[in-house]
Design a protein around this ligand. Structure first.
Ligand SMILES: Cc1cc2nc3c(=O)[nH]c(=O)nc-3n(C[C@H](O)[C@H](O)[C@H](O)COP(=O)(O)OP(=O)(O)OC[C@H]3O[C@@H](n4cnc5c(N)ncnc54)[C@H](O)[C@@H]3O)c2cc1C
Length: 211
């Protein structure tokens, strides 16, 4: 029969006892009648935080949306809808994300509020791209780009050129992608946007290595 110096029953905080015993040179065994890790890892602190926090966030947004709707505040509602959509996008619920981004766009169009339309269009493009619908993604990026240009939103111009470059690259239209990255680079240089500059340079260098 195998013999041990220390036997730890339970792998929750018991693992601290076990690792201390091992560090001090004791031959140590652990036993557990349930899953490894105890309550905290399997059904306590970690899972509850992972479930409770996102559901609290969604509940708060839903309540805020209802309030904005009730007061007829379309701009506020469009922000809230967009945030909810972004949460859905992060969770991989692309249908709900798309519906939310489209709703936020419609609300902005209804009140003729153009400033943040490129953001909504960009987000819709990202959803299509996540679904590998690259032509539709590019179509939305292009619409967003046109608006951003009209409104001199240079940061968005950089982001949209990068996004169009990525989508073209995914379509294997490498030369087209390169053109977008170069436009992004020039725009980033013109406005001294360091992050955009670095990102575009990295993309161009990656293409140069490929060609
Ligand atoms: C929903 C929830 C959320 C929580 N959130 C937090 C938090 O945010 N922060 C915080 O500090 N604490 C939190 N806790 C409390 C925390 O999970 C516990 O305090 C901690 O897990 C207790 O550790 P423990 O080692 O005493 O017990 P456990 O982690 O429960 O470990 C006991 C282990 O012993 C095993 N076992 C039991 N009987 C036997 C047997 N006869 N033979 C073999 N194995 C056996 C069990 O299967 C289990 O794996 C939360 C608890 C819950 C339920």
């Amino acid at each position: 029969m195998e013999r041990f110096d220390v036997l730890v029953i339970g792998t929750g905080s018991g693992m601290i006892v076990a690792s201390t015993a091992v560090e001090n040179g004791f031959k140590t065994a652990v036993v557990d009648s349930g899953p490894m890790g105890g309550t905290c890892l399997n059904k306590g602190c970690v899972p509850s935080k992972m479930l409770i926090y996102p559901s609290d966030v969604v509940a708060i947004f839903n309540e805020a949306q209802a309030l904005a709707q009730a007061g007829g505040h379309k701009l506020e509602e469009s922000y809230i809808v967009r945030h909810i959509a972004a949460e859905h996008q992060e969770d991989g619920n692309l249908d709900k994300a798309l519906a939310g981004f489209e709703r936020s766009l419609t609300l902005r169009e209804q009140i003729g509020y153009k400033v943040y339309q490129p953001a909504a269009l960009l987000a819709i493009g990202h959803v299509y791209r996540a679904r590998q619908k690259l032509d539709q993604a590019i179509e939305y990026y292009q619409k967003a780009y046109n608006l951003a240009e009209q409104m001199n939103q240079a940061l968005y111009v950089v982001r949209l050129q990068m996004a169009m470059g990525d989508a073209e690259k995914e379509k294997r239209n490498i030369h087209q992608a390169l053109k977008h990255y170069e436009t992004a680079l020039r725009t980033a240089e013109a406005i001294n946007y360091q992050n955009g500059l670095e990102a575009a340079t990295a993309k161009i260098e990656a293409i140069d290595r490929e060609l």
